[in-house]
Design a protein around this ligand. Structure first.
Ligand code: F6P
Length: 462
């Protein structure tokens, strides 16, 4: 089916866009610009390149903006029916596909692919179709379209049918599940996901490991990759931005407050995450408790600064996890704390300036996900750290491929092993720590966001 053609030469599609709108008390709308790799990546091609970012309207403010015809230059928000969006985003993307790729299911209760799942899947198809149709309508002849992530796996195939002239890419920001885990999905659904993605000319992954897992799934379930090419682009931290932003006044203010909470002369173990099951925050806290048990000499001499910012709170499983993080942190403070020492300083309100302040102060950064596409915190802390910082890093994070040699590496399930790693990190000689930090910062910024995006664009254009 042919559709009318638009004027944009470069299009990006993602669930969450670069801007959100908040309804103010007087009924007006306030636009809030987001950060992240894609935003800086796309800004690198300049405003005149005819680029368009297609995304979902996510809250009341966004929907209101669409209704009032308010839009930022270069952004088109899709006002998809709220129930359809909830089924696709909460039901399928974050409860099923996220759980498959991060291997989070827990037998005997999960997974159950019942009639409710099938109903939600129909919404996921409708949601993907809305994106495909919008992209088809907006793209100029021969335009390049780069679709993002597990929310939109069906878009490349749907778009290919609508607009065979386009050059279509898809980029996965998550890990890809091993074939034996991926095939837990009902056969027809697993096939639909793979064939949907294979509608693209080129698929991008964050590491070779995830790219290989995808290829293995295709070999086993749909007879191979066909004509689709695969590429690896290990998104790095934005050094220029981080160095500049981390020296602004609000960060200095947050550092002063944190210093007071930590106390004079104490070492600091920092973690910063969205509160989300794959991040493994609870085992991180248990490892810290184990450190205090096995090494009483650290009591009163170290503080664990943990920032765990709630995410996806419409889903009970994420809410329960948030509560569990808070419960374990409180339990550690009750058990070990003294009038002068709070062992765990936990903050749950998202504050980017405070995160940067913690990065600057960190002696040790704990990044211990069960599985993670990349984990940019692991790449950001060494860039920002004032005095050098030891990275304790899960071997299951994508960042391990680039940073593994200079990190203290852990098996994320091994609480005792992680406690040992924390002790090794805290006792690492200052010279070695500084050398490692330098190498980590260089490796972690090797492919800044702008270059990461341009690389993919060039591959598709070529
Ligand atoms: O890791 C995958 C990803 O889509 C990231 O690109 C992003 O940071 C995160 O998940 C956001 O999740 P959400 O939009 O559900 O808050």
């Amino acid at each position: 089916m042919a559709s009318t053609q638009g004027a944009h030469n470069i299009l990006v599609a993602s669930n969450r866009g670069p801007v959100t709108y908040e309804v103010q008390e007087d009924g007006s709308l306030r636009a809030k610009r987001g950060g992240g790799g894609l935003v800086s990546g796309l800004s690198a091609i300049g405003p005149d390149a005819g680029a368009l970012w297609v995304c979902s309207a996510l809250g009341d403010g966004d929907r209101e903006a669409v209704r009032r015809g308010i839009a930022e230059d270069g952004v088109r928000m899709l006002d998809i029916d709220a129930d359809v969006h909830a089924d696709a985003y909460n039901g399928i993307a974050n409860s099923v596909l996220w759980f498959v790729h991060h291997m989070l299911y827990q037998t005997p209760l999960e997974p159950v692919f019942d009639a409710e799942f099938r109903r939600q899947w129909a919404s996921y198809e409708a949601y993907n179709r809305a994106f495909a149709e919008a992209l088809a309508a907006e793209a100029a002849p021969g335009a390049v379209v780069i679709v993002q992530d597990y929310h939109l796996t069906l878009v490349p195939g749907m778009l290919r049918e609508l607009r065979p002239d386009l050059r279509i890419g898809h980029f996965s920001h998550t890990p890809w599940a091993p074939v034996d885990y991926f095939r837990m999905l009902p056969d027809d659904i697993a096939e639909q996901v793979l064939r949907g993605m294979l509608g693209a000319d080129r698929l991008g992954f964050l590491t070779q490991r995830w790219a290989d897992a995808f290829t293995t799934c295709c070999d086993a379930l749909v007879g191979g990759l066909g004509d689709t090419r695969i590429g690896v682009h290990g998104l790095g931290a934005d050094a220029d931005f981080l160095r500049r932003r981390s020296h602004e006044a609000d960060v200095a203010d947050r550092m002063a407050t944190l210093r007071e909470q930590i106390g004079e002369g104490r070492r600091t173990i920092v973690r910063v995450d969205r509160t989300e099951l794959s991040k493994n925050i609870v085992r991180g806290l248990l490892a810290y408790r184990q450190l205090l048990e096995d090494h009483p000499e650290w009591r009163e001499r170290v503080v664990h600064v943990a920032f765990a910012y709630p995410s996806r709170q419409d889903l009970a499983v994420y809410r329960d996890y948030t509560a569990e993080v808070q419960r374990v942190a409180t339990e550690i403070n009750d058990r070990y704390g003294t009038p002068d020492w709070t062992p765990v300083v936990l903050h749950v309100k998202d504050d980017f300036a405070r995160s940067l302040a913690a990065y600057r102060l960190a002696d040790v950064a704990l990044v211990n996900p069960i599985r993670d596409g990349m984990n940019l915190v692991a790449k950001e802390v060494p860039v920002v750290s004032d005095e050098g910082c030891v990275l304790v890093l899960s071997r299951e994070a994508g960042a391990y491929e680039e940073l593994g040699e200079d990190a203290v590496v852990v098996n994320p399930y091994d609480v005792v092993g992680t406690a040992r790693a924390l002790d090794a990190a805290l006792t690492m000689p200052v010279g070695e720590r500084a050398e490692r930090t330098k190498r980590l910062a260089a490796a972690g910024t090797a492919l800044p966001p702008a270059q990461w995006f341009l690389e993919q664009l060039r591959e598709l254009e070529g």
